[in-house]
Design a protein around this ligand. Structure first.
Ligand code: ZN
Length: 424
């Protein structure tokens, strides 16, 4: 893996410094296609290595023969790719497989070594930061967290808190491969700097990726939290093996990320993903972004609480989707109607996403997931009424995770994709 890190660093020196998606852009800053870059022959090896490791994530522990079949190359080619990864301690030989025919060679299942260096994953929210280690198998451990003081105004104070959290996470473990960060805000993915974090203006403009590299001397990658969720879904979750899908976060805020034709679409410098701020009601409420009638104003957990107050439901000030479900189960008047309205409001944004980009598979993360199958079925039903169905198409809306583990795995996946030169 050390050679992978050296390659990554060399790659970044030659490209725009610190970019999360450097190396696979084919557009100028203005979005004009100038010319397709040729693939240098020296990068074919790393590209094949990335594809092979993704195939392992997609199908689980596999023998060399199975990998050869899956990737359409000879067993000898697979051997040439996996042997250095075994020598470097990234992969390990596992369970023995007896030969299929008499006189044939026995094989072994290959999987990620539990001796491989982990990745430090960081989730940065407006009021707190969490850090942990993530193994190459996606296991999360050594989690530490810290809250920002209410009166914080200086970005260097915030960075001190973030750095301490990272230090605590990595203190007990082995050396790390690098640091992946998911930020609940807008990110410039060309520079790895934070553009804005709602409710935490002291972080606006902070060059987080560059500062982490300087402070810890390892590769770092910073991106928006919903995109991290999507990359985590691609490596470790329900997006495994899919060519098209979208990940959406529904909680206090709303965000979305989309994976089309086998790649994550970030938009210029990471400007995409603001689906929470698409207008759905021209006469609607004012959003925290300052605009009127954004999807976030009718589908966030804040809408649910405010609406519960307006509709005079019991203990409305602390109402979330799990408590709303208990009210529904207790047949409290108005509870079922509120749940149905909330599911419909959520479906509107999901349907807009589906109608325009047709990801056909949408994974929802965030607080809403605590509503379980009851609200999932309501969302699926109303979403189904709002979208076109073409014969033969299967369009699925499913729940991912409600906790921050998915975002942390996603943050680690951002770095993993960079290290393995895997196009996401
Ligand atoms: Zn808005």
């Amino acid at each position: 893996m050390d050679s992978l890190i050296r390659r990554l660093e060399a790659h970044r020196v030659g490209e725009s410094e610190g970019s999360c998606d450097s190396g696979h852009t084919d557009e100028s800053a203005g979005g004009t296609m100038l010319a397709q870059k040729l693939i240098p022959t020296g990068t074919l090896g790393p590209a094949n290595r990335g594809r092979l490791l993704q195939a392992l994530y997609d199908v689980g522990a596999s023998s060399r023969a199975e990998l050869a079949r899956l990737t359409g190359v000879t067993r000898g080619t697979i051997g040439g790719i996996v042997q250095p990864l075994i020598d470097q301690g990234v992969l390990a030989e596992g369970e023995m497989i007896p030969p299929k025919e008499a006189g044939g060679k026995p094989g072994t299942k290959l999987w990620f070594s539990n001796e491989a260096r982990p990745i430090c994953a960081v989730l940065l929210l407006h009021d707190r930061v969490s850090a942990c280690l993530v193994s190459l198998e996606g296991e999360v451990y050594g989690q530490h967290g810290a809250e920002f003081p209410k009166n914080l105004t200086d970005p260097s104070d915030a960075f001190r808190i973030i750095s301490t959290c990272v230090e605590e996470a990595i203190a007990s473990g082995k050396p790390i491969l690098g640091i992946g960060v998911a930020v609940a805000g807008m990110i410039n993915t060309e520079t790895g700097a934070i553009v804005t974090v709602s409710l935490a203006p002291f972080l606006n403009g902070f060059p987080l990726e560059a500062e982490l590299k300087k402070r810890f001397g390892v590769p770092a990658c910073v991106d928006q939290d919903t995109r991290a969720l999507l990359v985590g879904d691609r490596w470790f979750g329900k997006g495994r093996g899919r060519k098209h899908f979208a990940s959406v976060y529904i909680g206090e805020t709303l965000g979305g990320a989309i994976y089309l034709d086998g790649r994550l679409y970030r938009g210029p410098s990471g400007a995409g993903g603001e689906i929470g701020h698409t207008t759905v009601d021209m006469k609607g409420r004012i959003c925290q972004c300052g605009r009127r009638g954004c999807w976030e104003t009718i589908a966030s957990s804040k809408w649910l609480t405010e609406e519960a107050k307006t509709r005079r439901l019991p203990q409305a000030h602390s109402l979330d989707v799990s408590r709303l479900l208990s009210l529904v189960n207790d047949s409290v008047p108005g509870a079922r109607e509120l749940l149905q309205d909330y599911a419909f409001n959520i479906s509107i944004g999901l349907a807009n996403l589906q109608q325009f980009m047709a990801p056909n598979f949408i994974v929802i993360h965030g607080d809403i997931v605590r509503g379980g199958n009851t609200i999932l079925h309501l969302i699926q039903e109303t979403f189904g009424d709002l979208v076109f169905h073409r014969p033969g198409d299967e369009i699925i809306v499913d729940f991912g995770a409600s906790d921050c583990m998915a975002a942390l795995r996603g943050a680690a996946s951002l770095l993993l994709s960079e290290l393995l030169n895997f196009v996401i």
